[in-house]
Design a binder for this molecule. Sequence first.
Ligand code: GAL
Length: 624
Amino acid sequence: MRATRILFLFFWFIGILAYTSFCANVTYDHRALLIGGKRRILISGSIHYPRSTPEMWPDLIQKSKDGGLNVIETYVFWNKHEPVRGQYNFEGGNDLVKFVKLAAAAGLYVHLRIGPYVCAEWNYGGFPLWLHFIPGIQFRTDNEPFKREMQRFTAKIVDLMKQEKLYASQGGPIILSQIENEYGNGDIEPRYGPAAKPYVKWAAAMATSLNTGVPWVMCQQADAPDPIINTCNGFYCDQFTPNSNQKPKFWTENWSGWFRSFGGAVPYRPVEDLAFAVARFFQRGGTLQNYYMYHGGTNFDRTSGGPFISTSYDYDAPIDEYGIVRQPKWGHLKDVHKAIMLCEEALIATDPQIKSLGPNLEAAVYRAGSTCAAFLANVGTSSDATVNFNGNSYHLPAWSVSILPDCKNVALNTAKVNSLSTISSFTREIFKEDSDSLEGSSSGWSWTSETVGISKDDEFSKVGLLEQINTTADRSDYLWYSLSIDLDDDGGPQTVLHIESLGHALHAFINGKLAGSGVRDAAKKLDVPVTLVAGKNTIDLLSLTVGLQNYGAFFDTWGAGITGPVRLNGLKNGSTLDLSSQQWTYQVGLQGEQLGLSDGSSGNWNSQSTLPKNQPLTWYKIMQ
Ligand code: GAL
């Protein structure tokens, strides 16, 4: 009993030690970030806390540490933390403080990318929808209402971190922060015209004024104002140079794979290529690189951006969606990190001496006093090569880098993967589950139908067609547009319902029956042959958003839904009936959503062994 208590106290003390051992000023010079006055090589990985559960966090962080990372990077997700203006949520899966503290407890640093625009394939790029309704607001430009809100939220996060003493200057793990995100991209900043530059300057000054005691970065912002460090995002960043010779070379997003879109291919980036890119970056003077993503995870609920970003955000990352290390990716990168860290003293001591060893062949040597580290690269894609370096001969496979921590012996070549490849039993289980298709085996499934058309009592009527996001305020992905019309005759066999919409998906029902559907571009101009009757006909159009836009200039204003015209074409007498300016009835959301069916908790579920066929708008549920 006593021994257990002593042991417990010992671990508690070690925990406190690990946690408080950061207390250090963070600065930078042309070579690296300096933590407590010492330049550091930083190997970082993105884990977005809302893309896993809090129960998973300690394990994900530990696996990152075991994989050789010394920094965890995350964005901060504004729409998670402030779903209603002024009402903050930092509980459960939103417990950012806990996440940062867990990284600290594992002895890792944190890079907090506040944004608060984050892109990230996250709904609306992380902006809360209410922001759109602030009078006079224009996002991401020199606009007072926007700047006021952006500053308020950024300061809120900084204050929270300060209160909890989470900045390195206070003894915490946060060594770096980001403001904005890729505003300098060629398809973004120029589109905002003359107001763009003042906005960038304002954002830089605003962030600096918050006195975090640690440096700020702006990624993909070639003219980031001092003292902000401009950083690179991409598949390769070895050719990047910062905008001042006083700033270090940082890589904030090394894409370990890519995100997945609905119906799209599953992205894959071979570890040999990823390892090559990392080694080239350090060969060419880089000192901080971050895997985007190290654990991609899952887009829970309606957090996917888009449109059409899948729920899985696996990203082909070194730790897979379910938190299991992906081999050989995780293991090979661990070996790469080890080899790079063996070079740390030489890397931080000096700048590289680069010399050509022949076409596509390059050596970089870091020599300071008695320490020496070298990187030998073959950037050719088709032939292996043998090079002579310091009197020795080295074999370099195509597209590879050899790392020599003593300028002589090869610790690792990026193209030679030694780490074991394993397929976990969990993954096999998932494949098995997948192969039991819905139709093949209905066991366990139950279902219930959604009503076609207006079914809730909060419907309302308006003349004309309404833009969807302004109407739903993203409370639901669904908006019904319903109309009842009286016709003298059935219109004839050539009648076509013509619908123009901004997307993202659309179902058209005539007199309660599904007449046609469209997704993506097919939802933007839909022509549906229809059968009408003489007398009263109902037209029910169900418009869907599939994740709100998260990237692009003015993406917040792109809109969705049926903006018209909506017409009946090809009527008997060759005429057309324009329905756009009729009195339409609207319903935000489905009846099933109101009943809480998406939580599976209530409703009249059917559980016959055969599932319904050809029946649109059906809810399905399975208990696991
Ligand atoms: C970057 C962006 C990230 C993410 C990534 C693609 O341009 O900064 O937030 O969207 O692309 O996954």
